[in-house]
Write a protein that binds this ligand. Structure first.
Ligand code: DMJ
Length: 474
């Protein structure tokens, strides 16, 4: 071997070693940064939780600027604690979680209160079922079943679409305008039950819960227009679409689609998969709007597919997560880029934004989780660092714009960052959870878990698909 070749090989080895060391060093620095971020999110959650307890314990939500509390109804349903439980558990706050278990066990659901079927399903029933998943305490399951039984009468309508509200004591129904008034619900309120009701059926071995949820989903699906799109608002008694004839992925529709796919992930009911496949193809056909270099899913006429308004809401940012987990990663990545671009305009997403003329229809934010959730799914599924970088940026912006003396606050206008005296329940359940698990470096196993729409966590392996078939009756 000539001297030149030996020198060349030596240099190559030296260079590649340096390269290797350099990569390893870089990785170490990144790991340390992530560990720090994870710790910071954990401490910020605890700080906010302790102040919720100090100023609002037992009430539905914390008003963090006035240091007061607020209840959704005349009486508290303890929504914040039940919603926060699974996050505290994921973060390893055992003492705090135990306190909530005791709180939930002492809760008497026999209340003369009309509660919103959709809202309490995703938060209270979902929260209690996740509590049972973690605690394996049969008394918690009994509490969840008692709650489920109390909202079950909501589904006793001629269409099988649940009433807007139901009385927890009497089982009497109320419309969206009040007791004895007409009842028009949006699609999400009509058909976001497959997941919790499926789990309740699985745990209790009583198919009746899943069956009513499935009937409600089918009731919406079967009323799709000739081009295959459902509408936005439906009368639960007549089954007729009312008001606008719009369709979109925004709040009011979103979780209808989310639950088709997520329930199928743990309960592979072929009928639901068929509904999902059909619906997904119609979303791609009609709602997708490539506009000025960005990818949106927009508002269209349910009968013609014509675009009615080029507008998006921060809730629709859940869609890349569902696209990615259901296998359409390319479309998910394009959509997420648009959300990230919109975030970069102010450092938070506005509630509703019109993208054809750059106007803010609703400029407020409640520190909603969807954009973080989608970046998290995409990071887990593609392994690309750009998604982790997005999450770091979202965290830093939220800290900068929403952190206050006791916890975090909502924002009236993302352009001015004017503060609003409100801390949404999903801040504990979702926003902080997604940050924490995104920074967890695999400690929380994405592939093992499935989340309800409020990010309550369940393990996929807890549900056996053969058994599910029998217990849920499909
Ligand atoms: C959450 O309460 C739920 O995810 C719901 O389905 C819609 N989005 C909010 C948070 O933005």
């Amino acid at each position: 071997m000539s001297k030149v070749v030996i020198v060349f090989l030596g240099m190559l080895i030296l260079f590649s070693c340096k390269q290797k060391n350099c990569i390893e060093e870089n990785q170490k620095v990144k790991d340390i940064e992530l560990t720090k971020l994870q710790e910071e999110v954990k401490l910020e959650t605890l700080r906010s939780w302790n102040d919720y307890k100090k100023y609002a314990w037992g009430h539905d939500v914390l008003l963090p600027l006035s240091k007061k509390s607020f209840d959704w109804y005349e009486e508290s349903l303890g929504i914040s604690p039940i919603d926060a439980y699974s996050t505290l558990k994921v973060m390893g706050f055992e003492k705090e979680a135990k306190e909530i278990e005791e709180y939930a066990l002492a809760m008497d659901w026999d209340k003369d209160l009309y509660v919103q079927t959709f809202e309490v399903n995703i938060r209270i029933l979902g929260g209690l079922l996740s509590m049972y998943h973690y605690s394996q305490n049969e008394a918690i399951l009994a509490k969840a079943q008692d709650f489920g039984d109390r909202i079950l009468p909501a589904f006793k309508t001629p269409t099988g679409i649940p009433a807007h509200s139901v009385n927890l004591r009497t089982g009497k129904l109320a419309g969206n305008q009040g007791i004895g008034k007409g009842d028009v619900v949006n699609v999400a309120q009509a058909a976001t039950y497959l997941f919790e009701f499926g789990i309740l059926s699985y745990y209790t071995k009583d198919a009746k819960y899943y069956q009513v949820a499935k009937k409600a989903t089918k009731a919406i699906f079967s009323r799709k227009s000739k081009i295959g799109l459902p509408g936005e608002n439906i009368n639960v008694y007549t089954g007729k679409w009312e008001g606008t004839q719009w369709h979109h992925l925004q709040a009011g529709v979103d979780a209808y689609y989310e639950y088709m796919y997520k329930s199928w992930m743990i309960f592979p009911d072929p009928e639901i998969k068929e509904i999902w496949d059909y619906s997904k193809s119609k979303i791609d056909e009609y709602l997708l709007d490539e506009y000025e270099g960005h990818t949106y899913y927009t508002i269209v006429d349910m009968h013609t597919g014509e675009i009615l308004k080029r507008s998006v809401s921060l809730y629709d940012a859940f869609w890349p997560a569902i696209q990615a987990v259901s296998g359409d990663v390319e479309a998910a990545e394009k959509n997420q880029k648009t959300w990230d671009w919109l975030w970069n305009k102010n450092g938070l997403l506005p509630s509703r934004y019109k993208y054809d003329d750059d106007t803010y229809e609703y400029p407020n934010s409640e520190i909603n989780p969807e954009i973080i959730e989608s970046a998290y799914y995409l990071h887990e599924i593609t392994g690309k660092e750009e998604y982790l970088n997005m999450i770091k940026k979202y965290w830093n912006d939220i800290k900068k714009n929403c952190k206050n003396e006791v916890a975090y606050n909502s924002i009236e206008d993302v352009r001015t960052m004017e503060k609003k005296d409100y801390l949404a329940k999903f801040f504990f359940a979702e926003t902080m959870k997604y940050f924490y698990i995104a920074f967890s470096q695999g400690e929380f196993d994405f592939n093992e878990h499935v989340f309800n729409t409020e990010a309550h966590t369940f393990k996929k392996s807890d549900f056996n698909s053969d058994e599910a078939k029998i217990r849920l009756g499909y």
